[in-house]
Design a protein around this ligand. Structure first.
Ligand code: CA
Length: 289
């Protein structure tokens, strides 16, 4: 197994950094700090960090094809224009204040998938939703506990998904024509000692890079579930990862201070880390609405 070291990319002190997305048109890393209700657009070379306040806990932010952002907020899906105006297009969790959106990502043709979780992470209170470019919403899964990582195979025909509580990576057949999922199965089960699977990214070889919350690592799994590479971080609460850099050959990793009993022992918790994974990733897909 290949072992890869990481470095701090940006000395930020996120409370709970999440959801990195590389913006290839401006060479910046987009990521969220969920409890601070912030979206960050960070220049990883200079460290310049543009902070966007979105007014609610934000589980995920993705770029749109026409500019601006699509957001998965505590109350549901919203669109943010470049001038800062935010419009709720699908307030699916507004009537359930105990539930908020968590991780989300766009499929290869520009639908935005994002899932939910209860603030107390009670089992089965979450769902996975799909926001189509015409702003209609479909619930793809229910009974989810902590909806987290999402990724699509290079041909778009397989959707990979993590509900953290299951400690699994699951795969589904994905219909690119209508955005529906079918035939769920498990491709990898992650031992509790390794940490809790959280966000993930896919590389151009079809392998999955999975952040392990509490595990201080990112694992690479082949599509048949074999662990073949491991990135070590000097902090335990690793939340998600994304390919980035001008050649999409760096892996950026967000981290958190959540759940640390002795945060003073991990002064770098909350920073954004980077490594050279030896493989590149596909460009991030944008919301087409
Ligand atoms: Ca997460």
């Amino acid at each position: 197994m290949r072992r890869i070291t990481s470095d701090v990319a940006v000395h930020v002190d996120a409370a709970h950094g999440e959801g990195p997305v590389w913006l290839d048109d401006e060479d910046r890393l987009l990521w969220v700090d969920i409890p601070r209700s912030q979206v960050h657009r960070t220049d990883v070379e200079s460290g310049e960090d543009d902070v966007i306040e979105v007014g609610q806990h934000v589980g995920a932010a993705v770029p749109r094809t026409g500019g601006g952002l699509a957001l998965a907020l505590a109350d549901g899906f919203a669109l943010r224009e470049a001038d800062g105006a935010i419009e709720f297009v699908a307030p699916v969790t507004q009537d359930d204040p105990d539930v908020r959106f968590n991780d989300g990502k766009c499929d290869p043709v520009g639908r935005f998938l994002a899932g939910t979780m209860a603030y107390d992470a009670r089992p089965g209170a979450g769902s996975l939703f799909r926001l189509d470019p015409d702003r209609t919403v479909t619930r793809l899964l229910d009974g989810v506990t902590v909806s987290n990582g999402l990724a699509w195979s290079g041909d778009g025909g397989t959707f990979y998904y993590i509900d953290t509580r299951t400690s699994r990576i699951d795969a589904f057949d994905y219909d690119l024509g209508n955005g529906n999922i079918a035939n769920g199965r498990t491709i990898a089960a992650i031992p509790a000692d390794d940490g809790h699977p959280d966000g993930m990214a896919i590389d151009t070889e079809g392998c999955l890079w999975v952040a392990l919350f509490g595990g201080g690592a990112v694992h690479r799994y082949t599509p048949d579930g074999r662990l073949d590479a491991l990135v070590n971080l000097p902090v335990t609460q690793v939340t998600s990862c994304s390919f980035g850099g001008p050649h999409l050959d760096r892996l950026y990793m967000t981290t958190s201070t959540a759940g640390l009993e002795r945060p003073d022992e991990q002064p770098l918790a909350g920073a954004v880390f980077v490594c050279a994974p030896g493989v590149s990733g596909p460009p991030a897909s944008r919301y087409a609405g």
